[in-house]
Design a protein around this ligand. Structure first.
Ligand SMILES: [Zn+2]
Length: 225
């Protein structure tokens, strides 16, 4: 059996087609305020993405300024028919900026699980607010230690907490995308290097990134859902 190899799914270098919010139809945000610490205040999007795509034709995979990832409907069909696991295709809308023509898209939500970042990475929880659920983690020192086979659920797409915007994928995803000529996406084996100097992670909660029920299942016992 081949040892599974892992990649990060990301946008192409010098991506010129980053989608922006549709000013005419802004998202709904839920404001989360903390009764103890003002600095914990944050916003959580609670309506589907509604994006304007600056290029025509749009690539098959479209990234947004907030690092969300959209897939066009044919890509969802490819992922489904190839039996790729560990993602949900959430409702989303997008239109081409120049023509206003809408394109059928979904938000790609990673629901596969690679576990909590092992302590050997340098990432540890440094703050947990019991009033509002604000979480802070220390910075990443050893990215090569992020993936631990024992923590991985075997999904083709998976997330390691607290790095929800890093979309880890198996070699199968890379192979499927290459074989079908999926555009707008790149794969890298350069693991995330340390974040901006000295800073750690304040990822919010797991349910910001995947359906609530799934977040509860994965993160309920860990108190991160
Ligand atoms: Zn708080």
């Amino acid at each position: 059996m081949n040892i599974t190899r892992f990649y990060l799914l990301r946008d192409p270098e010098e991506n010129q087609c980053i989608a922006d919010m549709d000013e005419a139809a802004p998202y709904n945000f839920e404001k989360i305020r903390c009764p103890i610490e003002r600095g914990h205040a944050r916003a959580r999007r609670n309506s589907p993405l509604n994006m304007v795509v600056p290029c025509d034709p749009a690539p098959d995979v479209i990234f947004t300024w907030m690092s969300e990832c959209l897939i066009q409907e044919p890509v969802r069909q490819i992922f489904d028919s190839e039996g790729l696991t560990g993602f949900s295709a959430l409702p989303a809308r997008a239109k081409i900026k120049k023509t206003g023509v809408s394109i059928p898209v979904h938000e790609l939500a990673v629901t596969g699980w690679g576990g909590m970042a092992p302590e050997a990475t340098g990432i540890r929880e440094v703050e947990r607010c019991h009033a509002c659920g604000h979480l802070v983690y220390s910075r990443l020192e050893a990215p090569e230690k992020l993936i631990d086979f024992h923590n991985w659920d075997g999904s083709d797409f998976f997330m390691i907490w607290p790095l929800p915007r890093f979309r880890f994928v198996t070699e199968r995803v890379v192979e499927v995308c290459e074989r079908h000529g999926v555009t707008g996406v790149a794969f890298s084996q350069n693991w995330p290097t340390s974040q901006r100097k000295g800073s750690g992670f304040t990822p919010g909660r797991l349910s910001h990134y995947m359906p609530r029920e799934r977040a509860q299942l994965l993160g309920g016992a860990l108190g991160i859902d």
